[in-house]
Design a protein around this ligand. Structure first.
Ligand code: GCU
Length: 330
């Protein structure tokens, strides 16, 4: 495990050093390094590939985006830290993790804030919500480029969960984020923050009794081999976010900035299309793997996390976003 980590770090520093040397001799094309923690079969990898292809094409090859999947360059947190120091150009993270780097992202992490997928997409596209949040983080060392659908988050566990009462005493892995921890405490479980890449082993070794995510975690990432119950309480829809280092961003011409943002919008739309198809297929695959899909009355779950709404309304950073999201639901 440790050696693996060392090897990864070695690999990452060799790549980053290569980047630095490349920069001084660079004349024509610029290659932006993009890190993410997803599998190459995942929709998010396909959406990032779509983004990279469009950037290359629209810039006539002047900008290339090289994708490093599977957390090769580190966890989401580590990638964000590299971005802040300017040692890495781009990363895909999730609004949940980003909350620790820019509190504005916390607005997406309030359970049940979105009524449905349509409401979620309206919030992402809205100038007062999604678009404003993307540009709110430049002072923290990164700029938001695009959102990607990451589905609806549900529990998957080693024993059936029908109501929050069943979560009592269960250790549930959450993303490393204050909102995720709070949500789990309110639902009655013990939150265990872990990077996504460590989760399969944690489930297998019973370090945790379950986790929560979209259905792809169960199938594409094989967590359904070790957690056999998927409870559709739909507590959150938290977007993945493509971000770029402020240092890299400032070096780009206005023309290249605009084409990167345009490619980001197109990649969001592409993801919207492939995500819907993916979710349907994966639900069937999960059932074939022997995972039981449990549909529940959501009300007790909604009630359990209500205090987070009230708290959000008192929080000066996220209250305006929460209000604007609510106003879109009319
Ligand atoms: C989702 C999301 C990832 C995130 C993961 C997690 O799968 O798309 O970006 O890393 O959840 O729970 O950590």
């Amino acid at each position: 495990m440790l050696n693996m980590k060392k090897a990864k770090l070695h690999f990452a520093s060799a790549l980053l050093l290569g980047g630095l040397m490349g920069a001084s001799s660079m004349s024509f094309a610029e290659t932006l390094k993009l890190s993410h923690n997803g599998d190459t079969k995942s929709p998010v990898h396909k959406a990032l590939k779509f983004f990279a292809d469009e950037v290359k094409e629209k810039s006539d090859g002047e900008i290339k985006v090289r994708i490093y999947p599977n957390g090769q360059l580190g966890t989401q947190r580590e990638s964000l830290e590299l971005l802040q120091s300017g040692a890495l150009d781009m990363a895909k993270s999730n609004a949940s993790e980003l909350e620790s780097f820019d509190p504005a992202y916390g607005a997406f992490n309030i359970p049940y804030i979105f009524r449905d997928r349509e409401h979620f997409y309206r919030a992402l596209a809205s100038e007062d919500v999604g678009q404003k949040i993307l540009s709110s983080s430049a002072k923290y060392g990164f700029v938001g480029v695009a959102y990607f659908d990451a589905g609806s988050r549900n529990f998957y566990t080693s024993k059936p969960v029908h109501s929050p009462a069943d979560l009592k005493g269960m250790k549930i892995r959450v993303q490393p984020s204050p909102s995720a921890i709070k949500m789990m405490e309110l639902m009655g479980a013990s939150p265990t923050p872990l990077p996504f890449g460590e989760l399969y082993t944690a489930l297998q070794q019973r370090v945790v009794d379950g986790a929560e995510n979209n259905i792809g975690a169960v199938t594409t990432y094989r967590h359904g081999e070790v957690a056999k119950y998927y409870t559709r309480d739909g507590h959150a829809m938290i977007p993945d976010v493509l971000v770029i280092s402020t240092k890299t961003w400032e070096k780009l011409s206005d023309k290249n900035k605009a084409l990167i943002l345009a490619a980001g919008k197109d990649a969001t739309a592409y993801m919207k299309k492939i995500w819907g198809e993916y979710t349907e297929q994966e639900l069937q695959k999960a059932t074939k793997m022997g995972v039981e899909i449990i549909d529940v009355d959501k009300d007790p779950f909604i009630k359990a996390v209500e205090p987070m709404f009230q708290e959000a309304e008192q929080n000066p950073v996220i209250a305006p976003y929460v209000e604007a999201i609510k106003a879109l639901d009319k």
